[in-house]
Design a protein around this ligand. Structure first.
Ligand code: ASP
Length: 306
């Protein structure tokens, strides 16, 4: 069976549950104190990580997942590639995959690139979307779901509040698509300039502009990075004002002492989260990172499973 992970949209719920449950197995290997023995299900496979946008955590997370499963892993910083010299994206990808690549992991600043490549690359090549513009970031949503399930058992009926730059966030989109299938209730909070009109209706979520009101009704919160690289002009007055209204400040962190806090990273400390919040025991940031490797191992295994 041929599998790609182009987005949460189009990924059957059974596959979501299967990946999440396998990621539990991989996290138990990662968490153990003795050196783990991983299954080499990607032995003799070659994975190319093609990152047209900067990334430290996602790229290293994929690389580790691939190597732990026995793959040969090739990582290219595509900002410096011949795409910059004028070769088209499709040509460059065809050249690279002609070297005998089995899986392409792609991150790109434009929405829809993973789908575009699917149309142009050989059928035998499998594609994982590692983030396309403001569209989707499916492995981030899977790792967030895995982190939430680890905390709550079942997430059904729990309310997640997603805060900040909803407009430019592929993390928010993929998470909403995934977590609402698992029965979570979702509120998005931010200035109206950072929440597209109709967003609530289109995605079936509640929209709120007052963070404290939203926090008092939440079981868990996710702060998003302000995506400065995607903002054509200032969409809020200044960083200080954003922090005061939408940041999880040390004061807010103390006011809601049982509220777990997620952030996909990289976090702008002093904007979305104060240092005290990021380093508090409520912060799930580092657990998300560990879960990320386990989820990516599960996705890579799933690509080739029956
Ligand atoms: N790392 C996440 C992404 O690639 C979140 C972010 O960059 O703000 O979308």
């Amino acid at each position: 069976m041929h599998r790609d992970l182009l987005g949460i949209r189009g990924l059957p719920k059974d596959d979501i549950l299967r990946i999440l449950s396998r990621s539990d197995h991989f996290i138990s290997l990662l968490d153990q104190h003795t050196p783990p023995i991983y299954p080499d299900v990607l032995k003799n496979r070659t994975v190319a990580n093609l990152f047209f946008e900067n990334s430290t955590r996602t790229r290293s997370s994929f690389e580790l997942a691939e190597k732990r499963l026995g793959a040969t892993s090739l990582s290219l910083a595509m900002q410096t590639s011949s795409v910059v010299k004028g070769e088209s994206l499709i040509d460059t990808l065809k050249v690279i995959t002609a070297m005998g690549i089995d899986v392409v992991v792609v991150r790109h600043q434009s929405a829809g690139v993973a789908q575009l490549l699917r149309k142009h690359l050989k059928d035998s090549i499998r594609i994982i979307n590692a983030g396309d513009g403001a569209n989707e970031h499916p492995t981030q949503a899977l790792l967030d779901a895995a982190t939430l399930i680890e905390m709550f058992g079942s997430v059904e009926g729990k309310r997640l509040t997603i805060i900040g730059d909803i407009k430019h966030s592929r993390v928010a989109r993929s998470n909403i698509l995934l977590l609402s299938q698992l029965g979570m209730k979702i509120t998005v909070v931010g200035p109206s300039t950072l929440i597209p009109r109709e967003f609530g209706k289109v995605f079936g979520v509640s929209v709120e502009h007052n963070l404290d009101r939203a926090l008092s009704q939440s079981d868990v919160v996710m702060a998003l990075r302000i995506q400065r690289e995607r903002q054509d002009r200032a969409l809020f007055p200044n960083v200080q004002e954003f922090r005061d209204r939408y940041g999880i400040t040390a004061k807010r962190c103390k006011a809601y002492p049982t509220l777990p806090i997620l952030h996909p990273g990289p976090a702008n400390r002093g904007v979305e989260l104060d240092d005290e919040t990021a380093d508090s025991e409520h912060s799930m940031m580092y657990r998300q990172v560990t879960r990320g490797v386990a989820v990516r191992m599960a996705v890579l295994e799933w690509l080739y499973s029956e």
